[in-house]
Design a protein around this ligand. Structure first.
Ligand code: LMR
Length: 328
């Protein structure tokens, strides 16, 4: 009569022992705002795949694209609360945490993505990865999207064409000053709201890369895109110090090398993704791409470049100089 309960207790003990030996995998939730078929979306997929191959039993990566989980205005708060473990907001979205990263928003600072890459890999660029440490965030690397273009409901050829027009911007005072400089009005709005704002004509335009203009369908509601290349849209891949430093050393090392590889992959892809998107927009016939001649472009430079002076002290003149030097 006593045998049955004894056996039950024994099997429960065995079950418990095997369950504790097979601890639950560590979950890394990666929350971002763009579509899957973008440099950031593809980097995320690559990271998920590499982690699955190398650490499948210990770590799992969950991807939440297209603002499904959090928009960029909330994701860093969610990260500090432990709800998200990985994010890659645009460098324009860290103003609440540091002034230094605003260097990336200065208009006409980088002549091309090669200069952006050189600055990010320089000693100064690498030191900016630690600029969020006092706020409990760890910078794990830079990820490229590309150069920004101006889209609008009317053609923008010279700064005067933007006068009085309303543009959506990311949450950056530098970007606000950039549009002030051409007498335009700017509104700080989450990425997920941009399409509807454009479609309903609540705003006249916005600035973004071809990849975002295409994958968010902005080109369907913006008949003109000025190829201004006036600024860069890149990302910092971040985690919270609490999560990152709490990982077992061997796991952290493996996750970091998978992430480094995924970032290299995303960066290599970024130019092609933007070129593909530009071509698809041209093929759609829904939006005209305006190229500026040298004199027109110079007018935008002359109007917007004085913004540097307004922010150099907050950012640090040494950082601005190092970024400018990367053009050589
Ligand atoms: C934007 O808000 O326009 C961009 O930051 C979106 C992104 O992540 O590329």
């Amino acid at each position: 009569r006593l045998i049955k309960p004894a056996l039950t207790a024994l099997s429960a003990a065995i079950l418990f022992a095997s369950a504790t030996a097979m601890a639950d995998p560590i979950t890394i939730k990666f929350s971002h705002v763009v579509a899957e078929n973008t440099p950031k979306g593809q980097m995320g997929k690559k990271f998920q795949q590499l982690v699955e191959e190398r650490l499948g039993d210990k770590v799992e990566v969950e991807l939440y694209p297209s603002s499904q989980l959090y928009g960029d205005d909330k994701v860093l708060e969610a990260m500090l609360l432990g709800d998200v473990q990985l994010a890659a907001p645009s460098l324009s979205k860290f103003q609440k945490y540091t002034d230094q990263l605003q260097v990336f928003d200065l208009p006409f600072l980088f002549k091309d993505m090669g200069a952006v890459e050189r600055f990010q890999s320089s000693e100064t660029g690498q030191s900016l990865l630690t600029s969020l440490e006092s706020k409990g965030l760890v910078g794990l690397g830079y990820l490229h999207n590309g150069m920004k273009q101006l889209s609008a409901s009317s053609p923008l050829k010279t700064p005067g064409d933007a006068d009085g027009k309303k543009f959506r911007i990311m949450t950056s005072d530098v970007l606000e000053a950039q549009f002030d400089a051409v007498d335009a009005v700017s509104l700080k709005k989450p990425f997920s709201e941009v399409f509807i704002l454009l479609q309903t004509k609540a705003i006249d335009g916005q600035e973004n890369t071809y990849s975002n203009i295409y994958s968010q369908k902005f080109f369907e509601v913006q008949p003109y895109i000025t190829e201004s290349n006036h600024g860069v849209l890149d990302y910092m891949v971040v985690s919270s110090a609490r999560f990152w430093n709490g990982l077992p050393d061997d796991v952290r090392g493996e996750v970091k090398s998978a992430l480094d590889e995924a970032i290299v992959y995303g960066n290599q892809l970024s130019e092609a993704k933007n070129m593909e998107a530009k071509q698809a927009i041209i093929d759609s016939g829904q939006s005209e791409i305006i190229t500026l001649d040298d004199a027109q472009r110079q007018q935008w430079v002359d109007a917007m470049k004085p913004v540097w002076g307004e922010f150099a002290d907050d950012i640090g003149q040494d950082i601005v100089d190092a970024a400018e030097a990367a053009n050589q």
